[in-house]
Write a protein that binds this ligand. Structure first.
Ligand code: NAD
Length: 715
């Protein structure tokens, strides 16, 4: 029996219900056979009045089979092209049938799923937020190669199609309707198929309904074709704007722009061929492999609970106590309340706590004013947050998250005075960004219930949480922190305790190396620009100004108090720089009135001349390649050390954590995946060169040699 159930009713309407063998309908070999067979049958069908594509799964259609795409290798482009040509030929036959073809979209239709919809004449979707539509291929380093680029450009016009193609925007049925991506919505699932059939019957005397807009006589692309004067003007600047965004590191957006312009210039069939060639090229690039591996497979692993202890039943958080209503605490209260969790928000005074709650009100108000939330919903969420200065209000919390000042004595004191209010088996989470969890847990009467829950700032926007297990942290505490993270819809990585955990520690090497390069005489602006050139969101000095040099100074003091003399390797240059910047010149970073840069009230940012006077030496000549590699390799090496010493428990956590928490360049697929595509031997050799030229910190961690000996990569 085919995985496409084929049923013809008394009105001559054929419904094809896709129910593939795997968990979702996907564009793989099974699909290709089923599609070819179905199209042939439809073409031969007598008395056909219309066709409906439906799905037996929750998701309408999931898109390309990423296992297939990951396996595609260089040299196989011709076979890949042929496969795409066959799929496209079936889609073309489908849209050329003499009867209306309708997609009945019951669930998400992304990528290949939406491409199938685009090859049908009429698209009806169930109006529900679980139904997402769009072409997100760009996020995996690919392009929609099943006709998506060409048909969307023909449907919406080049200018309107580009955001969906270049940003991979996903939309709800309501938005898709407004954008012209679908034709109708229904409010319940039960209405979907009857409405599709009714539509077909309504079109009995309308032969146009069976013809795609681009196949109609006299068709013109909305907004004009690529040669029209208005578009020509837009297109002149587009490649430059794109290059500024991708910094030339991502081939997919460039290919997409290329194919989209061709789609707005050439006939449909030629444009479809160019699109296939674009995908056949992209699918073998290391960038696509990295992105598919990390953003799809490893992300699913991480969010799916690979690092969650097995056999511990789900731990639902109902009432969370948030201690400290400062920058972090107010954000933690917000994301918790939005997830429907009751929040006790405590600070040293009710006024301070209320100020923290006002932050939630401000964020919700913005949503209401944009029509994205009702007043009732806003009130419901706000009602969940109780601001207080009274410890007793914490009574019965099943989770308390502490986000008070970064001071070990204060944190210890608070643990001792408030953990008694936790309910039986309740868990204590510290949001410390630098202090070791095992040491903080010593203040607790139940160190097994003590764990690190490290949020990133701004809490409402940053998608990652780093969960840190202390030596005594129990599986239940870990499961609780993990499930809470999923409850507030964030991605949890799980690491073992270490000074700076994984993210802060690795991130620190970025600005440490930036500072070293500057103290060696390289121009600071050049140093910053080369940081961006490798794909980091901002340069190392800019980022150090943002997180504040003051924080580095305070952290160094705390570590000295704790008896830690060597943080994670020698940091002489950083300490000297902090002494020069803060000690001698009072420049603690952007929020302290300025740091490496001067920040004007008009938003301007210029380098502080004192830095140039002290360090810049025009005679120093370190090649760009070395500067770029130094900035990247330091972070990669630190990540490898974390894996080697079991601070990182899995490769997936290292990749996802580096991208979502540190801002590792997306083209790398994360700092560990970077080593895989760079080549382990080549990486080892380059580390050797850098170590010889610039110092021991570049020596390649042993784990790379071990992997080479075992014939393995970082998986
Ligand atoms: P903050 O100074 O903005 O807020 C701290 C809050 O704690 C203040 O409102 C203060 O009044 C309150 N507080 C102090 N003593 C208290 C007590 N006894 N009871 C209740 N509240 C008390 O600091 P922040 O930036 O929100 O940082 C808080 C924690 O989060 C620190 O441990 C920090 O290391 C960590 N963290 C910060 C960031 C960041 O980017 N700022 C990121 C991750 C983690």
């Amino acid at each position: 029996m085919s995985v496409f159930k084929y049923e013809k009713d008394a009105d001559g309407i054929v419904t094809i219900t896709m129910d593939m063998t795997g968990p979702v309908n996907a564009m793989n070999a099974e699909f290709r056979t089923a599609m070819t067979d179905s199209v042939a049958k439809l073409e031969a069908e007598q008395g056909l009045t219309g066709v409906i594509f439906a799905s037996a799964k929750k998701v309408f259609f999931a898109g390309g089979d990423l296992n297939d795409l990951l396996a595609a290798e260089q040299g196989q482009e011709a076979a890949f092209m042929e496969m795409l040509t066959n799929i496209k030929s079936d889609f073309r036959k489908l849209e050329k049938l003499p009867v209306p073809v309708v997609s009945a979209i019951n669930g998400a239709a992304l990528g290949g799923g939406y491409e199938l919809c685009l090859a049908t004449n009429h698209r009806i979707a169930y109006n529900h937020k679980s139904v997402q539509l769009g072409l997100p291929e760009v996020g995996l380093g690919l392009l929609p190669g099943g006709g998506g680029v060409v048909r969307l450009v023909n449907l919406l016009g080049l200018q309107d199609a580009l955001p969906y193609l270049l940003e991979g925007k996903k939309v709800t049925p309501e938005k898709a309707m407004k954008a012209g991506m679908i034709h109708e919505t229904v409010e319940t699932l039960e209405e979907l198929l009857p409405r599709a059939k009714a539509y077909i019957l309504e079109q009995k005397d309308n032969p146009e309904a069976a013809v795609q807009p681009w196949d109609r006589k006299g068709f013109r692309i909305p907004g004009g074709n690529a040669n029209s004067p208005k578009l020509a003007q837009v297109l002149t600047g587009a490649p430059a704007m794109l290059a500024q965004k991708t910094r030339g590191l991502l081939p997919a957006p460039e290919q997409i722009l290329d194919c989209a312009v061709e789609a707005a210039r050439l006939d449909l069939d030629t444009a479809l061929r160019i699109e296939s060639r674009g995908l056949a090229y992209l699918v073998t690039t290391p960038q696509a492999k990295n992105m598919i591996n990390t953003f799809f497979f490893q992300m699913n692993k991480v969010n799916g609970g690979a690092s969650r202890p097995k056999g511990v039943e789900p731990q639902l958080t109902k009432k969370v106590g948030v201690l400290g209503a400062g920058m972090m605490g107010q954000g933690i209260a917000y994301v918790s309340a939005v997830a429907g969790i009751e929040v006790i928000l405590k600070d040293i005074s009710v006024e301070a706590a209320e100020k923290g709650k006002a932050y939630t009100e401000k964020l919700l108000e913005k949503k209401v004013s944009r029509g994205r939330m009702t007043e009732e919903k806003k009130a419901e969420i706000l009602n969940l947050i109780k601001p207080t200065a009274d410890d007793a209000d914490l009574q019965g919390c099943d989770l308390i998250i502490e986000a008070v000042f970064e001071n070990i004595e204060l944190k210890n004191k608070i643990t001792q005075s408030t953990e008694q209010y936790l309910c039986e088996g309740g868990i204590w989470g510290s949001n410390t960004s630098t202090l070791p969890i095992t040491q903080l847990a010593e203040a607790s009467s139940k160190p097994e219930n003590f764990i690190g829950i490290h949020f990133f700032s701004p809490v409402d926007k940053m998608p990652l949480i780093e969960i840190i297990c202390g030596d005594k942290t129990s599986d239940v505490a870990l499961a609780k922190a993990f499930d809470y993270t999923r409850q507030i819809k964030k991605t949890p990585i799980v690491v073992n305790d270490s000074l700076g955990f994984f993210t802060s520690r690795t991130f620190g090497t970025y600005f440490d190396e930036g500072v070293r390069i500057v103290t060696e005489g390289v121009h600071p602006v050049k140093t910053d620009n080369l940081g961006k050139a490798i794909g980091m969101p901002v340069g190392p000095l800019t980022v150090h100004d943002e997180v504040s040099l003051e924080l580095t100074r305070k952290a160094a003091e705390t570590w000295a108090d704790m008896g830690v003399t060597d943080k994670w390797g020698e940091q002489k240059a950083l300490n000297e720089m902090v002494q020069f910047m803060i000690g001698e010149n009072g420049r603690g970073g952007r929020y302290h009135g300025g740091g490496y840069f001067e920040y004007g009230a008009d938003g301007s940012k210029t380098i502080w001349p004192g830095l140039l006077e002290k360090y810049y030496n025009a005679d120093v000549n370190i090649c760009d390649e070395d500067i770029k590699d130094r900035l990247l390799f330091r972070q990669v090496i630190e990540t490898l050390k974390c894996l080697q010493t079991n601070v990182l428990r899995t490769v997936a956590d290292g990749n996802i954590g580096s991208i979502m928490g540190i801002g590792a360049p997306v083209w790398t697929g994360g700092f560990l995946q970077f080593v895989n595509t760079y080549g382990l031997e080549k990486f080892q050799a380059r580390c050797g060169e850098l170590a010889e030229k610039y110092g021991e910190r570049f020596e390649c961690p042993q784990i790379v040699a071990d992997k080479i000996a075992a014939g393995e990569t970082f998986q």
